[in-house]
Design a protein around this ligand. Sequence first.
Ligand code: GLA
Length: 650
Amino acid sequence: MNKLIVLIIILLATNHLQAQQYDTIWLSSLDISKATLGWGKAGADVSCMGNPISLNGVIYKKGFGTHASSVLYLKLAGGSAKFHAIAGIDDEEKASSGSAVFKIYGNHGLLWQSAVLRSGGAGAAVDINISAIDTLILCTETTADGPNYDHTDWADAYFLVKGRQPISIDRPMEPGVIMTPAAPLSPRINGPKIYGARPGNNFLFRIAATGERPMTFSANGLPAGLKLDSHTGIIHGKINTAGTCVVMLTARNNKGNISRKLTLVCGDQIALTPPLGWNSWNCFAGAVDQQKVKAAADAMVNSGLADHGWSYINIDDCWMVKPDSKDSILGGEVRDANDNMNTNKKFPDMKVLTDYVHGLGLKTGIYSGPGPKTCAGFTACYQHEEKDAKRFAEWGFDYLKYDWCDYERIAKDHSLPELKKPYLVMKDALGKAQRDIVYSLCQYGMGDVWEWGAEAGGNCWRTTGDITDDWTSMETIGFGQAGHEVFAGPGHWNDPDMLVVGKVGWGPELHPTRLTPNEQYTHISLWSLLASPLLIGCDMTQLDEFTYSLLTNDEVLDINQDPLGKQASRMVQNGSLEIWAKDLEDGSKAIGLFNRGLFPAQVTVSWGDLKLSGTYTVRNVWAQSDEGRFDKEYSAPVPAHGVKLLRIYR
Ligand code: GLA
C-alpha cells in the first residue's frame, strides 16, 4: 500500500476515535428554565418570543433564546471539554435597536466576552476550552441604551463532553442576614422631620415612634386648629393660616422620654418628603378588595411599620366597575344617577374604609386614569375629571395615582402638549377639591416626564415602566435614574416604581420576592438614596423578619426622608461597580457603594470622587454603627449584586 494511503487511513481512524470520545450535549437539552431573563421566556431551540432562532438571516435549529440581562449557571464539574455557540441578537428585532454584550465566566474568571452585538448584525462565534471549569456562567448584558429589544441568542450552542455531563443549576442565594438593630424600648421618634399641609384642608399626622407601650405624646407649639391625641400620637384638625412653625414633639414611656422637632409648613406644597406607604398592586393586583386593604392598614400599625414613618395605604387598579363585565361582582352601572363613579362590589363602602384607615392615623390613596378605562379595563376619569376628583376628596382620599394607559386611545400623539394635557386637567380638578391629595403621575416616563412633571402638578411621577421582582428589572430601573436628580426636590419626586421585597405576586397567588437578600439590600438602599416615594408592594399581613428588617431601619429611612430633599447622583461608574452620593441636610453625605457584578468585589470611595478632602467619620448605615475616621478614602468588600450603605460626617 502506498504510504500516503496508509497515513490517510491512520488519520481518519484517529479522528473517528476522537469524535467517539466526546458526546455533543446541546445547551437547549438542559433545564434552561433556571436562567434569569430580563423579559420573555427562556427558549429551547427558539428565541425568547418562541420564534425559530435567526441571526443575520441564518436560521439555527438549535440554541438557547434569552433576553438581556440574562444569566444561566451551569455545573460542568470538569466533564466538558469545549463550549461552542454563535452569540447574537435575534432577527425578530431586526428593525429595532437591541444591543447587548455576551459574557462567559468560568470559576469566577471571565473566559470570553463579545463586542457590543446589535440587532441585524453578525453574530460572534465562541469556541472555548472549558475542560478545567467547574461552574460556567452564561450572561448577556444590556448596554447603555437599556434592555429594550435585547433578544439575545446563544445559537448552535453545545458542549463536547467526556465524562460528567453538564447540568444547569440555580443561581447561588446567600442567606438573608438581618443587619438592622432592633429598636430600643425607650422612645424614639421617627418619620419625616418636615411636613407640608395646605391652609383650610383636613390635617392628619401620626407621630411615628418606636418603644415600649403604653406611650404618651405631647406637642409643644402646635399651630391653632390642630389637636393631638396624647395616647395615639395622632394630630388632626385644620390650620387656617399659611406659615411655618416648629413643633416640639415628645414621646414618653416607662423607659424614658425623647423630644424631636417637626417643622410644619402650611402653604401650597405637600409631600415635602417622599411619601412612605403601601400600594395593593404588586401583591394583589386584580385580587384586591376592601378587606385586604383594611387588613393592610391594620398590619401597618400592628407590625410596627407605622412607628417607623410608613403612612399611606393606597388602593391601585380594579376597585371600580368594569364596563360590560358579565361578572356580577365587577360589573354593573359604572356611574350613579348623578354621574358619580361607582365602586365594584369588592368595595362596598369607600367612606367606611377611608374612615377606618384615618382612624388608625394613616392616610389612604386611590387610583384612576385620564382615559375612559384603566389599564385593567375598569372605569376611569375621562371627561368626568372634576366630578371624580371631588368624589375622591369626599371619600377622604389623600393620594391619587393617575395612570395614562387607556388615554393612549385619546391622545393624538406623544407630543409634549398631548402628554401634559390630561395631567393638567386633573391638576385643576384636584385644585378645586379642597383636600391635600398627593398627585402621582403614572405614564412610565414618556416625554421625559421628569422635566415637566412638577409643572403638571405632580408630587411624583413614574420614570419607568412597571418593576418586577427580578434583578434585571430592579437594577435597570434603579441605576437608570442617573441624571434625573436635578428634577427632584421637596414636593416633586422621581418615582422609579414600587418596592418588590416580601411576598409579592400581582395576585391572587403570592410568592417570596425573587430578589436575593443582597439584591433586596441594594433595592432599598438605592431607592432611599434616590429620594423615591417608597411604596411597599408586598402583603404586609405576611411580613417575615428579614423583610421587616429591610423596611424598619430608621437610619436608612432617614436618608430617604431627609428634609433637604436631594436625590443621589452617580459619582463613579467603573464597570459593574458604582458609587452614588446624596447630600443631607446636616452637611453629611449618604453614599452607596454598589456592586452590580456577579462576584464579590472591593469597592473604594475616595473623598476626591465626592469633591471632598480631609478626614471623615464613616457610619455603616444598615448596622447603625461607626466604622471609624478615614483619611482620603474608605474601602470595603461588597457582595455580588450588593451594597454597602454609608453616611459620612466631618
Ligand atoms: C400600570 C401601572 C402599574 C399598575 C397597573 C394597574 O401597569 O404602571 O403600576 O398601576 O397599571 O393596572
